[in-house]
Design a protein around this ligand. Structure first.
Ligand code: GLN
Length: 572
């Protein structure tokens, strides 16, 4: 019988609820249980696809083409499984379904009410996700049933917000109906006052009270803080929040988020969870994970050689310095890393695979646009990535950066828009098509080397923007004797997409004649998916997003090869 674990946040957002849930999932999976993970986002958007990454952080895409929250990416990375649209709930999705059902007389003429119809729809969706494990669980075991043993549900936002009340209400209802099958975990923050140096428990106490007002008593408290919680803090929280001291779990800041499952286990978290459900562990196994953490800690011991130019760095250096030329990281005076989280994680996975410490730097495409001379700084990087993006801001800076990497033989990986800009750069500067551009930025341009598909044109005309891009997994045939073939080791792969524009086949022969290799093609629609340069140590552009499929224990082949090319190149 499926057990439900709800995870909610108190005190403030951004303290790692998603990673906490993913870590619980990892531990339970390692113990032999089937786990389903759900993210509930309280916003009214049907999905995350229409949101700006600066506003929302990265938009993650699943195999089935759902544009969702970056936490789904964390769940996939920690659980090492592909999730689906069933694992993602938003207020928009819930209301849309209820209203559609009402319009179809699905409620048989009765009055449809916010309570209980909205929480009931939420609960139906949770059960559906628990059952849909049948699609994703690799070793289906008929005897044990196909539904997940555990369904983990993250309620977005923090307790006390108006927005997530109906989701808390759903959790309360199910806990009342199935008290022995539901567990509630609260992730809260303990600030340390600079003036006194003391760790304060009061914000957590308040968060628990607020949760109590919603009719929910937490069973477990995950105490996030800069350093581990000590005994007096735990005792205090236990006393004021009515939670057994053994269920107050210390969750300090970590060197790498992948350490969290191990830290949770040091605090006996899985034992406590299984005890509450009267379950026994099937197999204790976090070995692979422990090995990974050991690697990370070992490579991190090496100090980065800051300021050393790539060309001068000694072979013995353990650091690979990667520059990301993008635009979604500046907000006021702060730098956001959330917008490119899957790219960052994919770089880390690949660097760790090669026993190297990744050093990732943010390079503003707009800055290069205005300061062309500064492009020279790119020589300091062992490799450069131009990630995905939308809109024309900074695109000329990206094109200039790509030109620099091409000419100076700096390993380059272009992701989606990064690939498109590499094609524009090649068309302009190698093929001599001076007015080459993407139709996204210059609709009437003379050489539309990146064009919009006819079906996309119609959607844009009708302003049907939400969920209508080329989304999710598509096949790609890889030509042999290419970098991509060497990386993947096979001739057919499936990768995830999120874009409207494509390399224009009308320019294909011209580009090829000038030396651009079409290394990957979608066989169904004859679309170019990968471009490469033969005369360069690593110059690869992909129309898809390989970063979505990289996992800590299974780095993505293209990222792995990218780092390998850096290690092989004479520059390091
Ligand atoms: N804006 C481009 C397109 O829609 C690229 C999108 C992306 O990088 N994800 O085709």
């Amino acid at each position: 019988m499926t057990k439900y674990i709800f995870v909610a946040g108190g005190v403030m957002s951004g303290i790692g609820k998603g990673v906490a849930l993913a870590s619980i999932g990892r531990i339970l999976k390692s113990k032999g249980f089937k786990v389903a993970a759900i993210k509930i986002d309280p916003y009214v958007n049907v999905d995350a696809g229409t949101m700006n990454p600066i506003e929302h952080g990265e938009i993650f895409v699943t195999n089935d083409g759902t544009e969702c929250d970056q936490d789904i990416g964390n769940y996939e990375r920690f659980l090492d499984e592909n999730l689906t649209t069933d694992n993602y709930i938003t207020t928009g999705r819930v209301y849309q379904a209820v209203i559609n059902r009402e319009r179809n007389l699905g409620y048989k003429g009765r009055c449809v009410e916010v309570v209980p119809d909205i929480p009931n729809e939420v609960l139906d969706r949770i059960d559906k996700a628990a059952l849909s494990r049948v699609n994703t669980f690799q070793n289906q075991d008929k005897k044990n049933g196909l539904a997940a043993d555990f369904v983990l549900i993250e309620i977005g936002g923090t307790v006390g917000e108006y927005q997530n009340m109906l989701f808390l209400e759903a959790a309360r209802i199910i806990k009342t109906k199935k008290p022995k099958k539901v567990l509630f975990a609260l992730v809260g923050y303990l600030p340390i006052l600079e003036t006194t140096g003391e760790m304060k428990t009061k914000p957590i106490q308040h968060a628990v009270r607020t949760l109590n007002e919603a009719g929910i008593q937490p069973d477990i408290i995950l105490g996030r803080s800069r350093i581990p919680l000590d005994e007096p803090r735990k005792r205090k929280i236990s006393c004021f929040c009515n939670v057994d001291i053994k269920d107050i779990i210390s969750a300090p800041d970590v060197e790498t988020i992948y350490e969290i499952p191990i830290n949770f286990e040091k605090e006996n978290l899985s034992k406590r969870i299984l005890r509450k459900f009267n379950l026994k562990s099937k197999k204790p196994d976090l070995q692979d994970w422990q090995k990974l953490i050991k690697t990370v800690k070992t490579v991190n011991l090496v100090k980065s050689q800051q300021g050393t130019r790539g060309t001068q760095r000694k072979q013995t250096s353990n650091v690979v310095k990667i520059g990301i030329v993008g635009k979604y990281f500046e907000t006021g005076k702060f730098v956001l890393k959330d917008s490119y989280i899957s790219v960052i994680e994919a770089i880390k996975h690949a660097a760790w695979f090669h026993k190297r410490k990744p050093e990732i730097c943010w390079l503003s495409a707009e800055y290069y646009e205005k300061n062309l001379k500064k492009l020279r700084e790119l020589k300091e990087y062992d490799g450069v990535i131009v990630p995905g993006g939308f809109g024309s801001r900074g695109k000329e800076g990206k094109i200039k950066a790509i030109e620099f990497c091409r000419k100076r033989k700096i390993p380059f990986l272009g992701l989606c828009l990064g690939m498109q800009m590499a094609v524009v750069e090649f068309a302009r500067n190698v093929c001599g098509l001076k007015e080459a551009d993407s139709v996204e930025f210059f609709p009437g341009c003379k050489h539309p080397v990146i064009d919009v598909m006819p079906e996309q044109k119609a959607l844009l005309r009708e302003k049907k923007y939400g969920g209508t891009m080329r989304l999710g997994a598509y096949n790609c045939k890889i030509s042999d004797k290419t970098i991509s073939f060497r990386a993947y080791g096979c001739s057919e792969v499936s990768e995830r997409h999120r874009h409207r524009y494509e390399l224009n086949n009308e320019f294909r022969s011209d580009l090829e004649a000038n030396g651009l290799t079409m290394a990957g093609i979608n066989p169904e629609k004859n679309l170019v998916e990968i471009i490469e340069l033969k005369t360069h140590p690593f110059f690869v552009g992909v129309q898809f997003h390989p970063e979505y499929k990289s996992r800590p224990l299974r780095p993505h082949p293209l990222f792995r090869e990218f780092i390998k090319s850096i290690l092989n190149s004479k520059r390091i």
